[in-house]
Design a protein around this ligand. Structure first.
Ligand code: GAR
Length: 218
């Protein structure tokens, strides 16, 4: 990307990932990027306040104001196109985007998921991990395609799941790593380091570690 990468962050709630991305731009970890707008499908999203505090434009587009999914997405597309958005970052945006939307922004939408995809796709990923008895879970940043939670994986972090774990404790620990890998994925995108071939993402820079492994003490 030659100029400034214009980013839209889409949220539905708390917005801690949004906050970590804001910090990463502020501290110049991600250079040549700007969060132009934060869009929420929920007017009560706490993340909206975080954005407003930073002077970032916020827009609320709620599904209840639209009669169909298509008309909702048309409004979303129009809003993002008007602002010349280069990259759409889904940060806790709890809505499935259709292929109609995805086609408009091919390879320009990223998502973070609180599990090691393709395991535990869908809702309540951390609870799924705890209930299944796995020893490790984690988080994944991937490109969004029309197949939900199945797009090419950019980066993952592995987080141990302890025996006494609850959904809440695991969610909190995974979240810390979400805050590390999402800015990293965005940085690589902005710097033009991501190459997509089929369902794989190659990182064209040896300094970046694509496999962030968090080992439990043995
Ligand atoms: C994060 O844990 C994110 O991985 C998850 O929602 C949370 C949002 O937290 N996203 C999904 O489950 C998407 N399927 P935040 O609002 O504090 O960033």
């Amino acid at each position: 990307m030659s100029g400034l990468c214009r980013i839209a962050v889409l949220i539905s709630g708390r917005g801690t990932n949004l906050e970590s991305i804001i910090r990463s731009i502020e501290t110049d970890y991600i250079k040549k990027a700007q969060i132009v707008v934060v869009v929420s499908d929920n007017r009560d999203a706490q993340g909206l306040l975080r954005a407003e505090k930073q002077g970032i434009e916020t827009i609320v587009i709620e599904t209840k104001d639209f009669s169909t999914k298509q008309s909702y997405e048309e409004k979303l597309i129009e809003t993002l196109q008007k602002l010349n958005i280069d990259l759409i970052v889904l940060a806790g945006f709890m809505r499935v985007l259709s292929s109609y939307f995805v086609k408009h922004f091919k390879w320009r939408i990223m998502n973070i998921h609180p599990a090691l995809l393709p395991a535990f796709a869908g809702l309540q990923a951390q609870r799924q991990a705890v209930d299944s008895g796995v020893r490790f879970s984690g988080c994944t940043v991937h490109f969004v395609t029309e197949k939900v939670d199945k797009g090419p994986i950019i980066i993952q972090a592995v987080v141990p799941v302890y025996v006494e774990e609850t959904e809440d404790t695991l969610s909190q620990r995974i979240l810390q790593y979400e805050h590390k890998i999402y800015p990293k994925a965005i940085k690589m995108y902005v710097e033009g380091k991501l190459e997509i071939t089929g369902n794989k993402v190659k990182i064209k820079d040896e300094r970046f570690d694509q496999n962030v492994l968090i080992s439990p003490s043995l």
